[in-house]
Write a protein that binds this ligand. Structure first.
Ligand code: ATP
Ligand code: MG
Length: 704
């Protein structure tokens, strides 16, 4: 408790009822959460199994567990410090049988979803040039989101009628056949069970005495529905967040719910412990430009060390070199490589910086590049394990039946699929039946494949997952496949995979939860960055991924107007888009503990070919705060201003006055109409023109 200030202590000790902590970046929100957990366990005697502590990423959850374990004896056995999705998996393992799913249900990631989408699209002759798998999946998500209950009911009662397009029905059937849930489904299924099975609801609401949530500004409406149900019995909900760091509205987050939350106890933290005053002097004025916010200012008692830098470079390459030079110098002077982070708006921006670091032989790691578990070799191994765990997993079967080659091409797969369809059996079962008792019905390579999977199934219950995998890699010929290809990186990835399995086994041993299916369910929620530990490497990541983290020295690179803030976002979401971009900038700047560099470079924009100008966010920092390097010509900032004016002009006056319902308007094509309502999110009006109603933006309407 000595490690907390007065307000932090208040937040920790307010254990009962609804408590809300609203606080700026680096003010100790996450620290409060960890201490509160310890307080509940150590002082109030609550069992860790009765506390649900939700954070935003797996990485944050691991960090939280580590902090808790330092303070709490029994902290290490806690499984309910996790992300919302991971909680849903744990919930469903216990409850999903109620809707006819096995405990071994499959969790599928984006790549799996695309594979299924392609299959459904192909069957219905949907041209992949016209609709991409991504677009198809958006439709699926839209359909599910509109009526999740219907969609889940259809799982129980396949065949019930609906106005859902056939290809989407097929896609959902394919999911059903393999008991596959995507990330959205995890939440929908959990809500569905809580809403329809009172005894499940009773069990969980009774069990979870205390619920705490970090980064709550990025929760969606459905996340909130879950929280509200879970807390209904004991009423203890502790939510922590910073509306100025809401950066996921584009993906459905509703920060408004947090802002409007009626708490019994409200705590505000405004002392920042992370950054020097110089860094806050950059962050505070930038965020102050957002009109739609609750005003708050951070202060710190830390002393200034070095002035934050704005660096203007002549080219992208120079910019990357500047960053790499500074890091090289820092390391020479004794700094650890992992005390540096380079942040950028879009992931492709990492390439030049990577090259600059490579040239200097500085070790680095890119977070969230290709997701670790989406890499080919990892997917292959996992597919083997999935097929071992479940007969029904056709997706896994299709992926690996011919890896390594068993002379089982797409023609053979097609006829097997047709047979499976007729028999109503999974692919693997169908193959086994075709092979017959003695296996003579299929080629020797396939016979060996069947034997391998069956032998693995015998071994699975008695072997550790890491041992089973090791054995399987050798027996299946996968290992020699990669070895012969001399794909060093793939082999390294495989040993990293085995490492992660050992880690999993080490943490799960006590709970008897280290079986194959629980492993598979858990890892499908993981991304690349979750595996990387605190190795001595410079970290490169998008700003979205840097949420909640802190680094000694932070470079925010690529600050070019149009890229950051992204004009595409502003065009799509107007003022809301601009403000979300600004919050993103605020998140980036406040990651820095001791030193901050903002940088951008001259050149041309990739998409339009227009000249590049410095981001408006740089101009939002008052003169004298940033040490300016690289002699930017003042005309550059005029360029920025005219670009800003241009975008604003395109969108009409963004701060327009809202027309009330009943206002008469006219439109060039539709003629005279009456405003019915206004939707602030899309900044558009519902206007009635005689019989027809249309949603239109203000720019095309003239008030009469
Ligand atoms: P963010 O908004 O970025 O998630 P946060 O509010 O969660 O930030 P923390 O990460 O909990 O902030 O804390 C920021 C830093 O300040 C950490 O290094 C933490 O250890 C330190 N800190 C927090 N509170 C105190 C305190 N009372 N005394 C000393 N250090 C503190
Ligand atoms: Mg935090």
């Amino acid at each position: 408790m000595a490690e907390l200030n007065k307000n932090q202590l208040k937040a920790v000790e307010a254990t009962e009822g609804k408590v809300r902590v609203v606080a700026g970046a680096g003010s100790g929100k996450t620290r409060v959460l960890a201490h509160r957990f310890a307080f509940l366990v150590n002082e109030l005697g609550i069992s860790p199994g009765n506390i649900l502590c939700l954070t935003f990423t797996n990485k944050a959850a691991q960090e939280m567990k580590r902090r808790i374990a330092r303070m709490v004896d029994r902290g290490s056995i806690n499984d309910f410090v996790c992300t919302i999705h991971s909680f849903c998996v744990k919930f469903l393992r216990r409850e999903i049988y109620r809707i006819g799913y096995p405990k071994t249900f499959l969790v599928i990631d984006e790549e799996d979803c695309r594979q299924l989408a392609r299959q459904a699209m192909q069957e219905f002759g949907i041209d992949r040039k016209k609709t991409t798998a991504e677009r198809f999946l958006k439709q699926v998500a839209g359909f599910k989101g509109m009526a999740p209950d219907d969609y889940i009911l259809r799982h129980i009662m396949p065949g019930s009628s609906s106005d859902c397009p056939d290809a989407i029905v097929r896609y959902i059937r394919l999911q059903l056949k393999q008991y596959a849930l995507d990330y959205d489904d995890l939440l929908y299924f959990t809500l569905f069970i809580l809403n329809h099975f009172p005894d499940a609801r009773e069990y969980w609401t009774d069990r979870l005495n205390y619920i705490m949530v970090d980064e709550v500004q990025d929760c969606s409406g459905d996340d909130w529905k879950l929280l509200n149900i879970l807390k209904e019995r004991h009423g203890n909900l502790f939510v922590v967040g910073d509306p100025d760091q809401a950066i996921y509205e584009w993906r459905g987050a509703c920060p408004r719910i947090f802002v409007d939350f009626k708490a019994n106890t409200d705590v505000i933290l405004d002392e920042n412990y992370r950054s020097t005053p110089d860094i806050l002097n950059v962050a505070n004025p930038i965020i102050a430009n957002n009109a739609n916010r609750v005003k708050k200012e951070l202060y710190t008692r830390a002393l200034n060390e070095r002035q934050a830098v704005y660096h203007h470079a002549k080219s992208e390459r120079d910019e990357a070199d500047m960053i790499a030079d500074r890091i090289e110098k820092g390391i020479k002077e004794g700094a650890a490589a992992n005390s540096f982070a380079v942040l950028y708006r879009t992931s492709f921006a990492s390439r030049l910086i990577e090259q600059a670091l490579l040239r200097r032989q500085i070790p680095y790691t890119v977070w969230g590049g290709v997701r670790f578990f989406e890499r080919r070799e990892i997917k292959d191994v996992i597919s083997y394990l999935r097929l071992i765990a479940s007969d029904a997993d056709d997706m896994a079967f299709m992926r690996i039946v011919n890896v390594p080659s068993r002379k089982f091409g797409s023609k053979s797969l097609e006829s097997l699929t047709a047979l499976a369809e007729t028999n109503g059996t999974p692919l693997f079962t169908t193959l086994r039946e075709a092979a017959g008792e003695d296996g003579s019905g299929v080629k020797p390579a396939l016979r060996a494949f069947i034997t391998l999977i069956e032998e693995a199934r015998r071994r699975a219950p008695i072997m550790k997952i890491s041992e089973l995998t090791d054995w399987m890699l050798k027996e299946s010929g996968l290992e020699s496949l990669y070895r012969n290809d001399e794909e060093e990186e793939r082999l390294e990835n495989l040993s990293e995979l085995i490492n992660s399995m050992k880690e999993f086994e080490a943490t799960r041993f006590e709970e008897g939860e280290a079986d194959l299916t629980s492993y598979l369910q858990e890892i499908s929620l993981y991304v690349n960055s979750d595996l990387e530990d605190v190795k001595e490497k410079v970290k490169l990541m998008t700003i979205h991924q840097s949420k909640g983290l802190e680094f000694d020295t932070v470079f925010v690179a690529g600050l070019t107007e149009g890229i950051f803030p992204s004009h595409r976002t502003i065009r799509e979401r107007r003022k809301d888009g601009e403000e979300e971009e600004r919050r993103l900038m605020y998140v980036a700047v406040t990651r820095a503990m001791r030193m901050l560099y903002l940088s951008e470079s001259e050149g041309y924009l990739n998409d339009t070919g227009a000249l590049k100008y410095p981001s408006r966010f740089i101009s939002e920092v008052p003169d004298g705060i940033l040490a300016v390097e690289g002699n930017p010509d003042p005309s550059l900032f005029e360029g920025t201003r005219s670009m800003v004016n241009m975008v604003n002009g395109e969108l009409g006056d963004m701060a327009e006055e809202v027309m009330t319902a009943g206002t008469a308007v006219s439109h060039r094509v539709f003629g005279q109409g009456i405003v019915e309502s206004y939707d602030p999110a899309s900044k558009s009006y519902r206007v009635r023109f005689g019989e027809n109603v249309r949603n239109l933006i203000a720019r095309v309407l003239t008030k009469l």
